[in-house]
Design a protein around this ligand. Structure first.
Ligand code: DGL
Length: 265
């Protein structure tokens, strides 16, 4: 019984699918519930109180569906709401956050660039991350207005997307960054455009694989992993209009899927 409870994964929109795909690779036996809070996307630009309220409503909804673990596949929700979420639920939570630590350890130029939303970069949590791990390196911070919207539209490589990416990435490289941290889960879907704008000598880090491994470790420690012989399934939900959101989920997930309407408030 307990072993077949799903893992709940959420983001403001479709970006968290970049985390979901790594969890699927790492844990093929698990059932996964994905929530895209599309009616409220993007979270970047929203006041922290709104983001906190949305994240709390989604975690309550996931708890209502009996998830055994929640993955916050949204750096913005982690930055703004993670402490409140952990205080509100007993369900274990694994949360993504910008990979400042590995980037600071690996940089050879002493300059790293973090691409993330404005609320993530403004959060006290991010400030702590930089002072703990980035004290000896120059941490360039780049909020990237408009990029999340391009991914939500499924425009991963069009002229407008490429020009936005170039506008945000080039100055970081010109200022010496040799590592770029993808601090928003939408951006891995733009990795080709980001790498093209940065050039091949710049490393681009996406922490999703590390998050997926952490999910596996947490479930193993709790003795809650699904039996390895089963084949896990995914279910998708959105607070937006399923007919609008589904085509982009299908594009990014690369499979036909059903998308349900979620009402969480
Ligand atoms: N994908 C999210 C993140 O990782 C949120 C982006 C947004 O909605 O602005 O930060």
């Amino acid at each position: 019984m307990v072993l077949e409870q799903p893992i709940g994964v959420f983001d403001s929109g479709v970006g968290g699918l970049s985390v979901l795909r790594e969890i699927r690779r790492e844990l093929p036996a698990e059932d996964l519930l994905y929530v895209a809070d599309s009616a409220f996307a993007p979270y970047g630009g929203k006041p922290p109180a709104v983001i906190r309220a949305r994240a709390a409503a989604i975690v309550r909804w996931l708890d209502g569906r009996g998830v055994k673990l929640v993955v916050v596949a949204c750096n913005t929700a982690t930055g703004v709401a993670i402490d409140a979420l952990r205080a509100e639920t007993e369900t274990p939570i694994v949360a993504i956050e910008p990979a400042v630590k590995p980037a600071a350890l690996d940089t050879r130029t002493g300059v790293i660039g973090v691409l993330a939303t404005a609320p993530t970069l403004a959060s006290a949590r991010f400030e702590r991350l930089v002072s703990s791990y980035g004290a000896n390196v120059d941490v360039l911070q780049e909020p990237c207005p408009g990029l999340v919207e391009q991914v939500e539209k499924g425009d991963l490589a069009g002229a407008e997307t490429r020009s936005l990416v170039e506008r945000y990435v080039r100055p970081l490289v010109e200022r010496g960054a040799d590592i770029l941290v993808l601090g928003c889960t939408h951006y891995p879907f733009l990795k080709d455009a980001i790498q093209a704008a940065a050039g091949s000598s710049v490393r681009v880090i996406d922490p999703a694989v590390a998050v997926a491994r952490e999910v596996g470790r947490r479930l193993a420690a709790l003795n809650r992993l699904a039996p390895p012989e089963r084949q896990g399934a995914e279910r998708f939900w959105t607070s937006g209009t399923p007919a609008d959101v589904r085509p982009v989920i299908v594009q990014l997930w690369q499979r036909e899927v059903d998308v349900g309407r979620l009402v969480a408030d």
